[in-house]
Design a protein around this ligand. Structure first.
Ligand code: C6P
Length: 418
């Protein structure tokens, strides 16, 4: 993996105008100005191919899956399972049974905590979590630790927001059972060396769970190359719909894990006398009717991403990041948080004398959408002595001209609040 900001080719290989034409929302106005959408790390926009998948499903073959014998049920089941195969290719997983559909990254991590964690962690054990984590990769472990009595140890970061690998190595003991780390930090954009971290974890007999919510939209992910034991991502950050995400888990681990939610679809047989036996993977972890249309639409999103190409997307976003970094660096009193050499398309900053929320509200009046606040990463922000930052985050459809509009709007807004 290389630095997105420096690996960008001089001539971008993306046809950004053609890409933008796929996104109807990008032609809308906000407060009388063309929308400049730079809140992609919160949720990315959705191409018409994904929107069309909802129409096709509800207008053509809406039915419950895996249950009916009628034509509509067959068609819906085939499309749903088709996405599982698309996800398999997207992550380079070995088998589709290693892929569980969830509501998103948050639910995927909660699944691992409540199933694998509850069955395998006990008092005295240790779980390593990085300082860079989103709350969804902290709180499930804290909840479980309060119940089971294991210890959470924090992998530190340096002043650039880069994980300290020597300190990481030094945290391992014979009681370390799990490492939970994000692939890309949502608050700072740091790309973590998860493959090296997996090697170290495995050498100590620990598993590694990788939160890929912010990696999958920007770079090709190969779960087998990383050797991740678990890998999670959300549909809505990778040009897909909300309400759907994926948990990848190695088959032998998932096989040995107990179900975490009970209901229809996840059983083989149910009897008051003999008890319940469970379905094979992946259905053992998919209780109840899933988000069928969303899963099918996620498949379209991943095909769209593959069609554009993640290498080209990553390179283009690197160019956007470099340009944005250069533009805002000249603003008096502006400090960028997160200056890792290996960084995805996220620009987090604070400005002396101007609160992040004020900047966010005022810049919206100029048609520019950025996120302000703690980005669900309070331990990270607290470590850097702030309670909020402004965050601009980039996607394939953003342009250099939009970055200029953003930078000019930012300067104007700062002038208003100071
Ligand atoms: N980050 C952001 O603005 P869900 O909500 O389950 O789809 O994703 C949670 C999540 C987990 N890990 C990382 C690294 C994330 O960035 C997110 C979501 C959004 O940064 C919303 S807080």
């Amino acid at each position: 993996m290389t630095d997105l900001a420096t690996r960008a080719p001089a001539t971008p290989t993306l046809d950004v105008a053609a890409i933008r034409a796929d996104f109807p929302i990008l032609s809308r106005q906000v407060h009388g100005r063309p929308l400049v959408y730079l809140d992609n790390a919160a949720t990315s926009q959705t191409p018409r191919q994904v929107i069309a998948a909802f129409d096709a499903y509800y207008g053509g073959y809406n039915a419950n899956i895996h249950r009916g014998l009628h034509t509509l049920a067959d068609e819906a089941t085939a499309a749903f399972e088709g996405t599982r195969e698309t996800v398999r290719g997207f992550l380079n997983a070995a088998e589709t049974r290693e892929l569980i559909f969830t509501r998103g990254t948050t639910e995927a991590i909660n699944l691992v905590a409540n199933s694998w964690g509850r069955a395998n962690l006990k008092a005295g054990d240790e779980v390593l979590i990085s300082r860079l984590e989103h709350h969804s990769n902290i709180v499930p472990w804290q909840l479980l630790a309060a119940e089971l009595g294991f210890t959470i140890k924090v992998i530190p970061v340096d002043e650039r927001g880069v994980l300290d690998l020597d300190a990481y190595r030094a945290l391992f003991t014979e009681r370390t059972r799990l490492v939970a780390v994000n692939h890309v930090s949502n608050a700072f954009g740091t790309i973590n060396p998860v493959k090296a971290m997996a090697t170290i974890a495995h050498a100590h007999g620990a598993l590694i769970l990788v939160d890929g919510a912010q990696a999958t939209p920007h770079q090709a992910v190969d779960v087998r190359d990383i050797d991740a034991d678990f890998y999670a991502f959300s549909g809505h950050k990778v040009y897909g719909p909300t309400g759907v995400g994926v948990l990848y888990g190695k088959a032998d681990l998932l096989e040995a894990m107990p179900p975490w939610q009970g209901g229809g679809e996840m059983i083989a047989t149910v009897s008051f006398e003999a008890g319940t036996t469970f379905a094979e993977l992946p259905h053992k972890f998919e209780a109840g009717t899933p988000a069928i249309a969303e899963v099918i639409a996620l498949g379209e999103a991943l095909k769209w991403v593959a069609g554009v190409g993640l290498d080209a997307i990553g390179a283009w976003e690197g160019r956007l990041l470099a340009h944005a970094t250069e533009r805002v660096s000249t603003i008096d009193g502006l400090r960028i948080l997160g200056t890792a050499p290996d960084k995805a398309g996220v620009l987090s900053f604070v400005v002396d004398g101007a609160h992040a929320q004020d900047i966010g509200l005022l810049i919206d009046q100029l048609g520019v959408a950025i996120r302000t606040g703690h980005h669900c990463a309070q331990p990270l922000l607290a470590h850097f002595g702030v309670d909020a930052t402004c965050r601009a985050s980039f996607a394939a459809y953003n342009t250099l001209e939009e970055i200029d509009v953003f930078a000019e709007a930012l300067e104007r807004v700062i002038g208003m609040v100071r």
